[in-house]
Design a protein around this ligand. Structure first.
Ligand code: MG
Ligand code: MG
Length: 272
């Protein structure tokens, strides 16, 4: 069942999403060779609690930490540990926060120091595909329109689109209907309506789309051990159009880079 949100509820959800956005911005300042994912996890937990929210993943389905930290060949759901990040790594950080009864949930894949040009390309294309998908999230379109757009964009670049893990509706529960696959057929699936809120989150592999699950019950890596990237935004349909509730602006500020896709959205009035 899809739970439609009122304008007031969407504003509360924006608050939750922005706590996650700011947390990712804090982490962006701390990511460098030598730091461990456990250290980053601690920074995130403190930041979220200091902002009057609760870490959204901690304890969810018994997940042991605040952040899902998935370096290099890990796709998602990696568990923070004491292994230092090294120059040339990439690290996908997925973060959730619960405030006022609503969840925020988004993710960014960060480069650590200097990364290989082909890995840089994977990050860029995956991030672009997120916005390509978001543009299809509007009234009268369907779930398959978003999935098709993301899949086509990434496969045209020769990348693999993970099938087993998908985006989702978001609200008082971290995972609500509908499921939002990053693949699909145009015009298929549930129809989008005013007041829907979803997390769109392409998980894109440099090589094969196939993955393997590890014995810890959480960690998922690419089957061919090539890198994987993951970006996620929370998006609402307001006045028929997609509106970002989360933003990467705090990350861009911390890293000193210009926001690209989000600026385009703002020009079109899609981000308030
Ligand atoms: Mg997430
Ligand atoms: Mg999610």
């Amino acid at each position: 069942m899809i739970v439609i949100k009122t304008r007031e509820e969407i504003e509360l959800m924006r608050e939750s999403a922005l706590i996650v956005s700011k947390t990712l911005g804090e982490l962006a300042k701390a990511i460098k060779p030598g730091v461990t994912t456990l250290q980053l996890d601690k920074i995130a937990e403190e930041f979220i609690r200091d902002h009057g929210a609760i870490p959204g993943f901690l304890g969810l389905y018994d997940f042991p930490n605040t952040l899902c930290m998935s370096p290099n060949t890990q796709v998602v759901h990696g568990i923070p540990n004491a292994v230092p990040l090294t120059d040339g790594d990439i690290i996908s950080i997925d973060c959730g926060a619960l405030k006022n009864g609503f969840y925020g949930d988004h993710a960014y894949t960060f480069p650590v120091g200097e990364i290989a040009p082909e890995t840089e390309k994977l990050l860029q294309v995956t991030k672009e595909s997120l916005y390509v998908g978001i543009r299809e999230f509007k009234t009268n379109n369907r779930v398959g329109d978003v999935g098709y757009a993301i899949q086509k964009y990434c496969e045209d670049h020769g990348y693999g689109v993970v099938r087993e893990l998908v985006g989702h509706g978001l609200g008082k529960k971290m995972h609500e209907d509908p499921e939002m696959p990053n693949y699909g057929k145009r015009g298929r699936g549930k129809k989008f309506v005013e007041g829907m809120v979803v997390a769109i989150e392409p998980m894109i592999n440099m090589g094969t789309h196939r993955i393997k699950q590890h014995r810890d019950g959480w960690t998922i890596t690419t089957l061919d051990d090539k890198p994987s990237a993951h970006f996620e935004h929370d998006v609402a349909i307001i006045d028929g159009k997609p509106e970002l509730l989360s933003t990467f602006a705090y990350i861009y500020d911390a890293l000193g880079i210009e926001s690209d896709e989000e600026n385009e959205f703002r020009k079109e009035g899609l981000v308030l």
